[in-house]
Design a protein around this ligand. Structure first.
Ligand SMILES: C[S@@+](CC[C@H](N)C(=O)[O-])C[C@H]1O[C@@H](n2cnc3c(N)ncnc32)[C@H](O)[C@@H]1O
Length: 279
C-alpha cells in the first residue's frame, strides 16, 4: 500500500513539474529531473544515480554551450551534465598552474570536448594529452578480483581515426594511442596541472595515479570519474583511499560519484590529515 501511495505521489509530482522537465529536455536527455519550485533545488538522475543540486539553469551559459558540444561526441549513454561541470571547474582551476592537462580514458572525447570548449583551450599555452587505446579495454588488463566485482570489457568501437580528425584543429591537443600504463613511458610530460582518470578498470586507474603523482604540480588536481560509482567500483574507492592515506591527503567524495584529489604541499596535508584522523 505504501508503495502505491508513493507511486501516486511521484506521478503527481512528475505531472506538476512537467513543464520544467520539458524545459530541460535539451540538457537532460532521458533523465528524470525534478525541480522544487520553492527552494529551486532539484533531484536529477546522473548516470542513474540521484544528484541533489541547485537549479542547473544557474550554470553559466558558456558551460551549457560546451556541454551541448560534448553531447555531440556521443561519448555517453546517459546525461553527464554535473560530472562534466565538475570536470570543467577542476580544469579551470588548474589553468593558472604550471603544467599540462592529461586525460586517461577518452573514448570519443565527450569530457575533453567540454573542457576544450569551456576554456577556449586553443588559446591556452598548455598541451592536453588525450590517452586511450581508442579501441576499448584490453581484456588482459582486468584482474580476477575485478572480474568478480563485475568489471568487464564493455564494448567500445575503434574510434581512433575519428577522434584524431576531430581534434586535429587544435595544435595543442595531443592524441596518444596505446595501453595505459605501458604507453605512459613513451611520453615526455614533466608537469601536470590537471589529470582525469576514467578507464573503468580499478587496477589500471590506480597505476595511472601512481605513475603521474610525482609529476602533478602543487595545487594540481586529479579527477577520478568513477571514485564511488556503484558497488562495481568498490575496488576503485578502496585503492584510491589507500593511495590518499599514503600521500597524506583526503579525497573529496562528491555526489556525482567522482572523487577529487588536490595535491597540496606535504607539510599542509600532514597537518590536515592528522586533525581528521585524530578527531
Ligand atoms: C568510460 S570511457 C572514457 C570516457 C571519457 N572520459 C568521457 O567521459 O568522455 C573509458 C575509456 O577507457 C579506455 N581504456 C580502458 N582501459 C584502457 C587502458 N588500459 N589503456 C588505455 N585506454 C583504456 C577505453 O578504450 C575507453 O575509451
Amino acid at each position: 500500500m505504501k508503495k502505491i501511495i508513493k507511486l501516486i505521489k511521484f506521478t503527481y509530482f512528475l505531472i506538476k513539474n512537467f513543464k520544467y522537465i520539458n524545459n530541460y529536455e535539451l540538457y537532460f536527455d532521458d533523465n528524470i529531473f525534478l525541480l522544487n519550485q520553492k527552494s529551486k533545488s532539484s533531484i536529477y538522475l546522473e548516470n542513474n544515480q540521484p544528484v541533489y543540486s541547485l537549479n542547473p539553469i544557474d550554470l553559466d551559459d558558456n558551460f551549457l554551450i560546451s556541454y551541448k558540444r560534448a553531447i555531440k561526441r556521443n561519448s555517453w549513454k546517459n546525461s553527464n551534465i554535473w560530472r562534466t561541470y565538475i570536470a570543467c571547474c577542476a580544469a579551470s582551476n588548474s589553468l593558472n598552474l604550471e603544467g599540462d592537462f592529461v586525460e586517461c580514458g577518452v573514448n570519443t572525447g565527450g569530457m575533453a570536448e567540454a573542457i576544450i570548449s569551456y576554456l577556449n583551450f586553443k588559446n591556452i599555452k598548455k598541451n592536453f594529452y588525450l590517452i586511450d587505446t581508442y579501441e576499448g579495454i584490453p581484456p588482459k588488463s582486468i584482474n580476477n578480483d575485478e572480474i568478480k566485482a563485475g568489471i568487464n570489457t564493455k564494448h567500445y568501437k575503434n574510434v581512433y581515426n575519428e577522434v584524431k580528425n576531430h581534434f586535429s584543429k587544435y595544435s595543442n591537443v595531443k592524441i596518444v594511442k596505446g595501453e595505459v600504463p605501458f604507453v605512459l613511458n613513451n611520453l615526455n610530460i614533466d608537469n601536470i596541472a590537471y589529470l582525469s582518470i576514467d578507464m573503468n578498470v580499478p587496477n589500471v586507474d590506480i597505476k595511472t595515479a601512481e605513475y603521474f603523482w610525482g609529476k602533478i604540480v602543487s595545487g594540481g588536481i586529479i579527477l577520478l570519474d568513477d571514485y564511488c560509482y556503484s558497488s562495481k567500483y568498490t575496488l576503485n574507492k578502496k585503492n584510491f583511499d589507500e593511495f590518499a592515506k599514503r600521500h597524506s591527503i583526503k579525497i573529496y567524495q562528491i555526489p556525482t560519484v567522482q572523487g577529487i584529489l588536490m595535491k597540496i604541499p606535504l607539510s599542509w596535508s600532514k597537518k590536515i590529515i592528522m586533525i581528521i584522523y585524530e578527531n
